[in-house]
Design a protein around this ligand. Structure first.
Ligand code: YYY
Ligand code: MG
Length: 153
């Protein structure tokens, strides 16, 4: 398998609403492997770096206020085609446009409160950039899941 790593984060609304466990379970059940996880508070500087591509847009200040408003659960997930598969499981950016069965489609109604972040698979290298921004190298753990030989041909 061509294993790939992607950055995922339960946003402050997801944490406050008690959705961490469910979201982690969805990725675990899919066969993805968690290789890093950190419960943390994002400060203003990290928020600006993480969402730098959106600086200047009308929703930017609200987005920074929201993402710094409470704890988040940052993770790195590994697996075949992980970045794209996580985005598919998340749904669309707007929960109102997200299919039921997706995370945003099951748990959100409002664009500005969409529960989860995942690296953009259409933005080359976004996954590695975001992993580096949130985690030190020694926070990423190499190990095998017992079901790995059954998950991949
Ligand atoms: O990658 P993704 O989170 O799906 O969407 P982005 O276009 O990168 O926007 C980041 C974040 O900003 C989005 O999750 C919600 C918020 N946002 C917003 O509040 N209003 C918009 N018109 C667009 C995005
Ligand atoms: Mg994005």
């Amino acid at each position: 398998s061509d294993a790939e790593r992607t950055f995922v984060m339960v946003k402050p609304d997801g944490v406050q609403r008690g959705l961490i466990g469910d979201i982690v379970s969805r990725f675990e059940d899919r066969g993805l492997k968690m290789v890093a996880g950190k419960f943390m508070q994002i400060d203003e500087e990290l928020a600006h770096e993480h969402y730098g591509e959106h600086e200047g847009k009308p929703f930017f200040e609200g987005l920074v206020d929201f993402i710094t408003s409470g704890p988040v659960f940052a993770m790195v997930w590994e697996g075949q085609d992980a970045t794209r598969q996580v985005r598919r499981m998340m749904g669309e950016t707007d929960p109102a446009e997200s299919a039921p069965g997706t995370i945003r489609g099951d748990y959100g109604l409002d664009l500005g409160r969409n529960v989860i972040h995942g690296s953009d698979h259409e933005d080359e290298g976004a996954n590695e950039r975001e992993i580096d921004l949130f985690f030190d190298d020694d926070e990423l753990v190499d190990y095998e899941r017992i079901d790995e030989t059954w998950l991949y041909e």
